[in-house]
Ligand binder design. Structure first.
Ligand SMILES: Cc1cc2nc3c(=O)[nH]c(=O)nc-3n(C[C@H](O)[C@H](O)[C@H](O)COP(=O)(O)O)c2cc1C
Length: 186
């Protein structure tokens, strides 16, 4: 699949077929995260593949979102901010930690889309419950949960996306035109 097609067709899916995905597609998507930019080239993320039903159910409860339990695989993303905080200080280290998790996750999402699988980024969860379930150390953050499956039923159409005009600015926060005409004071 072309990059543009993967970018434009990625969408959040919350209804999955009961069919178990080919785990190799999930591993390929995780392989792609290694190529994301990392501050100081410090890779501090883990992508945990979960296929034990009991754990999937516990994690779905921790997310308080039923659709999570429908998936036959979950991928739980964690980050260890310590190295980045040590290198760059508290403020920047924490910022870089979130930014590079997002960069890696987008690679993952695009590869999931390319392989014909679907998911939804789940960012709302009781972190401690997930940590306990997956034996994640105290100092490690849970970034997101991704239920993975094949989309159920008629594919959802993409949501309306924000217009480019609302995103793009030139030279300062407010200017929407590339070469604003100079105002002449009369
Ligand atoms: C940081 C983050 C957290 C999110 N958390 C949730 C969540 O807990 N539950 C959910 O259903 N969707 C969640 N989403 C998915 C968004 O609702 C979804 O991406 C948005 O509505 C745009 O739709 P699209 O992904 O189909 O383009 C999250 C997305 C992001 C980026």
């Amino acid at each position: 699949m072309e990059l543009e097609k993967a970018i434009k067709s990625r969408k959040s899916v919350k209804k999955f077929l009961n069919e178990k995905p080919d785990w190799r597609d999930i591993l390929e998507a995780i392989d792609a995260v290694r190529y994301a930019p990392m501050a100081g080239n410090c890779f501090n993320l883990k992508f945990i593949v979960v296929d034990v039903l009991e754990k999937i159910e516990k994690i779905a409860l921790a997310c308080q979102q039923d659709f999570v339990s429908q998936a036959r695989y979950l991928v739980v993303v964690t980050s260890d901010p310590k190295i980045l905080v040590n290198c760059y200080g508290e403020k920047e280290g924490k910022r870089y930690n979130k930014q590079q998790a997002g960069a890696a996750i987008e690679n993952f999402l695009l590869k999931i889309t390319e392989s014909g699988l679907s998911t939804c980024w789940v960012g709302y969860f009781a972190e401690e419950q997930i940590k306990r379930c997956l034996k994640i150390p105290d100092n490690v953050d849970v970034e997101a949960v991704f239920p993975i499956g094949y989309e159920f039923g008629k594919p959802l159409t993409k949501k309306m996306k924000i217009e480019l005009d609302a995103v793009l600015r030139f030279n300062d926060y407010k200017t929407k035109k590339m070469n604003p005409e100079k105002k002449i004071n009369v």
